[in-house]
Design a protein around this ligand. Structure first.
Ligand code: SF4
Ligand code: SF4
Ligand code: SF4
Length: 253
C-alpha cells in the first residue's frame, strides 16, 4: 500500500484471547466504513474468532483478556517469545478488567459459588504486564476501533503514538452532555483517561473508568466532589475497582 509515494510495511498480525468476553477482538471486525482499508494495512495470520487458518509467524500479537489459569500462563509465554511486538488489548488485558473483582474473595469461595460441586482450576486474575513484557497497552471495555486504527497506523509508519492526556470530562463537555453529577449520579470522568469520546455519559450512564486513570488526576478534589454530592468513599472505591484500572489508588489486589 502506498501513501505519499512511500511503501508502508504490512505487518503480520495475530489476535489471541484469554479470560474475557471477546468484545475487544470483535471490534477488529467492526466499523465497516474503514474495515477494508484496515484489513489492507495489516496481514492477519491468526485470529480464532474470524478465521480458521493459523500461523505462528507474526510480528504483532494483540492479547485480549486477563490471565486466570496455569495453561493460560504457558500459552502467553509462548506468544511472547514469538511476537516482535506485544499489545495488551482492552481493560481485561491492561488491568485484569471486570474479572479482577474475583480477587476480592478466596478462590475456594469463588469456585463454590460458580461451579458448586464440580470445582475448576482458577487462579487470582492478573493483567498481561504482570506476567510478561508488554510493548503497548490499549485500554477500554471494549477498545475503540477508531483508536485501534490510529495506533496501527502509527505502528506501520513508525511514528510514536500519544494517548490524550485529558480526562473523560473534557470530551464529555465537547459533546454538550449533561453532567451525570447534576443528575445525582456518581461519575469517574474527572479522573479517568480520555480518548473514548465519552460515549457513556452521552448514552445516559456515568463513566465507570474503563480506560484507567488520566494523566494528571486530582483525587483529593474528586473525593471532595463525590462527598459533596452525597457519595461515600466506599462507594467511590467500589466504582473504581470495577475495571481494575485504579488499583494504585484503591489498593485492591
Ligand atoms: S475489556 Fe471488556 S469488552 Fe474487552 S474482553 Fe474484557 S470484558 Fe470484554
Ligand atoms: S458526566 Fe462525568 S464525564 Fe461528563 S462532565 Fe460530568 S463528571 Fe465529567
Ligand atoms: S466514558 Fe468512561 S466507562 Fe465509558 S468508555 Fe469512556 S472511559 Fe470507559
Amino acid at each position: 500500500m502506498k501513501y505519499l509515494f512511500m511503501e508502508s510495511k504490512r505487518p503480520k498480525v495475530a489476535v489471541f484471547d484469554f479470560t474475557d468476553c471477546e468484545g475487544c477482538e470483535l471490534q477488529f471486525a467492526n466499523k465497516e466504513e474503514t474495515l477494508v482499508d484496515f484489513l489492507k494495512a495489516i496481514d492477519i495470520v491468526n485470529f480464532r474468532e474470524v478465521m480458521s487458518e493459523k500461523s505462528d509467524e507474526y510480528d504483532i500479537a494483540f492479547i485480549e483478556g486477563s490471565i486466570s489459569r496455569a495453561d493460560e500462563i504457558e500459552r502467553l509465554l509462548t506468544i511472547r517469545q514469538k511476537a516482535k511486538f506485544l499489545i495488551a488489548l482492552g481493560s481485561c488485558a491492561c488491568f485484569g478488567g471486570v474479572n479482577r473483582m474475583k480477587n476480592k474473595f478466596p478462590m475456594s469461595d469463588v469456585n463454590k459459588e460458580v461451579y458448586g460441586e464440580t470445582p475448576k482450576e482458577t487462579l487470582p486474575v492478573r493483567s498481561i504486564k504482570e506476567l510478561v513484557h508488554v510493548d503497548f497497552e490499549i485500554p477500554g471495555c471494549p477498545v475503540s476501533k477508531a483508536e485501534v486504527e490510529r495506533i496501527v497506523q502509527h505502528i506501520i509508519w513508525e511514528v510514536p503514538y500519544q494517548f490524550p492526556v485529558y480526562p473523560v470530562c473534557f470530551e464529555c463537555k465537547q459533546r454538550f452532555t449533561i453532567c451525570r453529577f447534576e443528575l445525582g449520579e456518581l461519575c469517574l470522568g474527572p479522573v479517568s483517561a480520555g480518548g473514548c469520546d465519552a460515549p457513556c455519559p452521552a448514552g445516559g450512564t456515568p463513566c465507570w473508568g474503563c480506560r484507567g486513570i488520566c494523566a494528571a488526576p486530582n483525587f483529593q478534589e474528586f473525593f471532595n466532589l463525590a462527598k459533596e454530592r452525597g457519595f461515600s468513599k466506599e462507594e467511590v472505591i467500589e466504582r473504581m475497582d470495577f475495571f481494575g484500572g485504579f488499583r494504585s489508588v484503591t489498593g485492591s489486589k
